[in-house]
Design a protein around this ligand. Structure first.
Ligand code: HEM
Length: 472
């Protein structure tokens, strides 16, 4: 049956078609680009359209997967966070060093999730000018002599730390070193940044600050992956997170106010308190502990390394010295072991950047506005860059050994690398030297270290260690 359209119907149909055509063209363009993006770089297959690769990248063994994917798919591969957001992992050292020095902004998609906690913090800045001003302002607080000036605070908290371990040694019970180290870091950050006593070691994991962080950090990670979660905080966990953040911020505000008013502080230390409290958020505080427990785990499995380390520590620090001085912790072998620990299993994974326009680097076309991960886990263990890459071997850090530029960056790379690395190295060195001079340590029989990746590496079941006081 023939359909006869009236003139007005015909005009309406034409108008609808004219309207639909651009929408259809846009849709086709999107599908075309999307399909191209899907196969632009190799990567693990997506089994669920809505999740992308999140089922794999959120799993406990993601660290091993990063190593595997780098070997399987090459130096540039991609994964999908959900249907439309992708991350391109760069594992080529030349490309890494070029991209890191490009002043390309950090990827807003990846860092947006941290905003509820860290607000305007330095590491979140995507505006280059603002970042530059903030970094310049913050840099004096991290100069070597200022960092060394924190020795007294650290030594003070280390006294609490060994008191705690002595008690376990006397009672012949195990010590859970990983959470003890978190508490030590919190006490230290409390003193230097907040001018406050958190009493974390004395009160244990139930201390207020530790509970606040336990409430905040896991939920913050989920908000980072699913931004709607933080925008519409309907889940009780999200609302608890916001309440805990408000409490932390109030503490920081009080700390800044106290530091400003306290006439006993020199101008400089007042400034340090203020800027640390303002820009260096507490989510960094567990970071320096991570290489420490990983280091301990690695030593205890390598008696030869332990013997060398012991010989060095014993030669520098006389028996009976509870907390070594700064001069006594000039320990080159310990430094090599720490470097190797951060190569073998890095604790901060790298950084996310994005290029404003399509850009070609070393023959690889990087699409505009897509997250680029300069990711160290795979690079640090790449057999094409490191001899016997999967072997824990501090000897590769003997002076004079040449390293390929861009192949090692536990503290990130380029102008936006970690401002706290000197401080972290001091904390790690001093704690480990104290520990190894005072105790014989052994792992619980059968204990295997497993890590949970969150913002950083975290131990799944802690690090239970048996401790015996040394007698010479
Ligand atoms: C072993 C311990 C640590 C490791 C492995 C580490 C690692 C890193 C990494 C990988 C980044 C780059 C993050 C990114 O771009 O997303 C970074 C940045 C940063 N870190 Fe650390 N960090 C450690 C300890 C610390 C400490 C103790 C502080 C401060 C007290 C600190 C302050 C910062 C700041 C402020 C930035 C941002 C720098 C900028 O954007 O200019 N870090 N760190």
């Amino acid at each position: 049956m023939a359909v006869i359209l009236s003139f007005s119907e015909y005009t309406m149909l034409r108008a609808m078609f004219a309207l639909l055509l651009p929408v259809l063209a846009l849709l086709l363009r999107f599908i075309y680009r999307y399909r191209n993006a899907r196969c632009q770089f190799p990567g693990p297959p997506v089994t669920n359209f809505w999740l992308g690769n999140l089922d794999q990248t959120m799993a406990d063994d993601v660290y091993d997967k990063w190593l595997l994917w780098n070997r399987q798919y090459g130096h540039v591969f991609q994964t999908w966070n959900g249907p439309f957001s992708r991350v391109i992992y760069i594992g080529n050292p030349q490309m890494i060093s070029k991209i890191a020095s490009m002043n390309w902004p950090k990827s807003a998609v990846q860092y947006e999730g941290f905003k509820p906690l860290s607000g305007d913090a330095l590491f979140l800045q995507t505006d280059h000018e603002r970042w530059h001003r903030q970094r310049k302002r913050l840099a004096p607080a991290f100069q070597p002599h200022i960092i060394k000036g924190q020795y007294a605070a650290l030594a003070d908290h280390l006294t609490d730390y060994i008191r705690h371990i002595d008690t376990a040694a006397d009672a012949q019970t195990t010590v859970e070193l990983s959470s003890l180290h978190v508490l030590l870091s919190l006490d230290f950050v409390g003193t230097v940044a907040y001018g406050a006593r958190f009493h974390a070691i004395r009160q244990g994991p139930d201390c207020r600050i530790s509970r606040l962080l336990e409430t905040i950090l896991p939920e913050l990670m989920k908000c980072g992956l699913f931004p709607l979660r933080k925008t519409f905080p309907i889940l009780s966990k999200t609302r608890q997170m916001y309440r805990a953040i408000a409490e932390l911020r109030a503490m920081a505000a009080t700390a800044v106010q106290n530091a400003r008013q306290d006439a006993n502080h020199s101008e400089q230390s007042r400034k340090i308190f203020e800027i640390l409290a303002k820009y260096v958020c507490l989510c960094y505080s567990p970071l320096p502990i991570l290489p420490r427990f990983l280091t301990i785990n690695s030593y205890l499995r390598h008696p030869d390394i332990l013997a060398k380390l012991r010989a060095e520590v014993d030669a520098q620090i006389p028996f009976g010295v509870a907390i070594p001085s700064l001069d006594q912790v000039e320990l080159p072998y310990l430094n090599m072991v720490l470097k190797e620990t951060m190569r073998y299993r890095s604790t901060g994974f790298g950084t996310f950047r994005t290029c404003p326009v399509d850009s070609e680097i070393d023959g690889v076309v990087l699409p505009a506005n897509t997250t680029l991960a300069l990711w160290n886990p795979a690079v640090h263990r790449d057999p094409t860059l490191w001899e016997d890459a999967d072997r824990f071997d501090p000897e590769r850090w003997r002076p004079g050994q040449v390293k390929i530029k861009g192949s090692y960056f536990p503290f990130s790379y380029g102008p936006r690398s970690c401002i706290g690395q000197g401080l972290s190295m001091l904390i790690m060195t001093l704690t480990l030297a104290t520990l190894f001079r005072r105790y014989d340590l052994s792992l619980e029989p059968g204990f295997e270290m497993e890590c949970l990746p969150s913002f950083t590496l975290r131990p799944k079941r802690g690090l239970p260690v048996r401790v015996v006081r040394r007698t010479s």
